[in-house]
Ligand binder design. Structure first.
Ligand code: GDP
Ligand code: IMO
Ligand code: MG
Length: 429
């Protein structure tokens, strides 16, 4: 076993950062494969709390090579700030490698993200306004600038000039926003380039070599399955592929190199931004989940929407990612509840849906069908083994496991690394 993909099985913020950090010690490489600084991964390591946006969550380990893969979109300003912050905390970033093929987020991408959201008004997606969507749009329309372009001023300026000839029209004529000159952006970005150049590499070759040598590579996903551009709740999605397939295209490795796919899911569910959410709770229980779970966005600080665990969504995540293991986080957040509901299917216009319905409006109007399970009403944050959990908590996990039809390998019962029950996780032996 050498290539392991870790993805979010819901709408993001499942605790991917915590789990990545927890298992990272076993790995030689930790690779981000998509998204950008829309991600916010919380890692609590050696008494420090880190909020990582672009840098892989394995950065704390001196033996790991952290890689930002080609599928990521990079805002160089944010990247350098994050590197500086890590250094201030005494963490070295000198091992970091950045794919020469990753695309750059430009200032106009940020402007356009905000402007298009404002224009959508009530219909807004609720993006992080970090320029993610517009950067991937330019990638797809072949107008993007890549990390490698930072190494050649002539090419950088030429490509920027071509991009600006269109972007300035859109900024000024469509949105009434200020425009940019080539010199203005080139001056800023070429200064970043000086600092970024030493980290640029052809990372696909490196990762493939590592896998061929049986080294361990962890592919760290950002966002979550239902935010996937293809498989998510379109149009309320991000613009990349957070599902397992994205790990191949976003790093340049073949699917046969992936040995396991770990899906992270909270013991309930949250979402940030707009879009359908069948099990969302607007009542006291929803408030309780937000308060006890401290459900505020790591990147934007926005309050997350919260609801009961949706078994249909996680079963869907099992299929589209080919999950081999499920990891349940934040079980402790449910500890004070008398009873706990789990959505096992949906109902719409007299039909029962055991799987995610095909049509988006059916999903929009779907009414959850719940099973109600007894709560455990006791503190589980110190439990170290599955057997130590109260019977009702074990039953809850087993219920989720039966619904998902994949084994639950780990159960997190608190934010710190130690608060994790390793149930079926063997790691490197
Ligand atoms: P990510 O984006 O998937 O890495 O998740 P975030 O870091 O955005 O959000 C997860 C939050 O839950 C963070 O504040 C974590 O510290 C916290 N967390 C992770 N696992 C647990 C857990 O088992 N219990 C509790 N109470 N908090 C957790
Ligand atoms: P992590 O990696 C939760 C959501 C935004 C918005 C939609 C599109 O921390 O789990 P974008 O800026 O990507 O164009 O916004 O996606 N979103 C996230 N929600 N966790 C994230 O990342 C997210 N990254 C983007 O809120 O609804
Ligand atoms: Mg997050």
């Amino acid at each position: 076993m050498a290539g392991i993909v870790l993805v979010g099985a819901q709408w993001g913020d499942e605790g991917k950062g915590k789990i990545t950090d927890l298992i990272a010690d076993d790995f030689d490489y930790v690779v981000r494969f998509q998204g950008g600084n829309n991600a916010g991964h919380t890692v609590i390591h050696a008494g420090r709390t880190l909020k990582l946006h672009l840098i892989p969550s394995g950065i704390m380990y001196p033996h790991i090579t952290p890689i930002i893969g080609n599928g990521v979109v990079i805002d160089p300003k944010v990247l350098l700030e994050e590197m500086d912050e890590l250094r201030e905390q005494g963490l070295s970033t000198h091992r970091l490698l950045i794919s020469c093929n990753a695309h750059l987020i430009m200032p106009y991408h940020r402007d356009l993200d905000g402007a298009s959201e404002r224009r959508l008004g009530k219909l807004e997606i609720g993006t992080t306004r970090r320029g993610i969507g517009p950067a991937y749009m330019d990638k797809a329309s072949r107008m993007g600038l890549r990390v490698q372009d930072l190494t050649d001023e002539h090419i950088f300026r030429k490509k920027l000039d071509a991009a600006l000839s269109e972007k300035n029209d859109i900024l000024s004529k469509v949105y009434g926003l200020p425009t940019y000159t080539v010199d203005q952006i080139a001056e800023e970005y070429l200064a970043y380039a000086e600092r970024i150049k030493p980290y640029i590499a052809e990372t696909s070759t490196l990762i493939n070599r590592a896998l061929a040598a049986s080294q361990w590579v962890l592919f760290e996903g950002a966002q979550g399955t239902l935010l996937d551009i293809d498989h998510g709740t379109y149009p309320f999605v991000t613009s990349s592929s957070p599902t397992a397939g994205g790990a191949c295209t976003g790093t340049g490795v073949g699917p046969k190199k992936i040995d396991r796919v770990l899906g992270i899911a909270k013991a309930y569910i949250t979402r940030v931004g707009s879009g359908p959410f069948p099990t969302e709770l607007h009542d006291e229980t929803g408030r309780h989940l937000i308060d006890v779970g401290n459900e505020y966005g790591t990147t934007t600080g926005r309050e997350r929407r919260a609801g009961w665990y949706d078994g249909v969504i996680v079963r869907y995540a099992v299929h589209v990612n080919g999950l081999t293991d499920l990891i349940i986080t934040k079980l402790d957040v449910l500890s004070q509840l008398e009873t706990i509901k789990v959505c096992v299917a949906y109902e719409h216009e007299g039909h029962r849906y055991n799987e995610l319905p095909c049509h988006q409006s059916t999903f929009h109007h779907a009414r959850p069908i719940y099973e109600e399970l007894p709560g455990w009403r006791s503190d589980i944050t110190q439990c170290k083994t599955f057997e130590e959990l109260p019977a009702a908590a074990r039953d809850y996990v087993s219920f989720i496991e039966d619904l998902a039809e994949v084994p639950v390998a780990m159960i997190a019962v608190g934010p710190s690394r130690e608060q994790t029950i390793m149930r079926r996780w063997k790691g490197r032996v």
